[in-house]
Design a protein around this ligand. Structure first.
Ligand code: SF4
Ligand code: SF4
Length: 99
């Protein structure tokens, strides 16, 4: 583990958002987080288009800034995704961030 690069920031990454097509809300979580209805429209549209299992960027992801457009409303699953964790490193490797 000591040979692995330190990852303590999400700056210029976004790898975990690139393969998560819609914000991964638990059932009803968007209500408890009081997510504005207009932010839910692109989620519903993508699911209705049956693209939700494709490995494509999240509808809330900004490819230009490599950040979540609605960070304050992000789901618990995204909040648990720690920079430097095994899952983080896998995502970065998967999209070639560290190559
Ligand atoms: S948690 Fe890891 S993979 Fe996700 S944006 Fe941050 S550094 Fe990148
Ligand atoms: S942090 Fe935002 S852009 Fe990334 S997967 Fe979660 S909701 Fe989508």
């Amino acid at each position: 583990m000591s040979d692995l690069p330190v990852i303590d920031s999400c700056d210029d990454c976004g790898a975990c958002c690139i393969r998560t097509p819609v914000p991964p809300f638990e059932p009803g979580e968007e209500i408890t987080r009081d997510v504005p209805k207009d932010l839910l429209i692109p989620i519903r549209e993508r699911i209705a288009a049956d693209q939700h299992f494709d490995l494509i960027p999240c509808v809330w992801y900004c490819e230009e800034s490599k950040l979540c457009r609605h960070y304050d409303y992000r789901p618990a699953a995204c909040r648990r995704f720690e920079p430097g964790s095994d899952a983080c490193r896998m995502s970065r490797w998967d999209v070639g961030v560290d190559i």
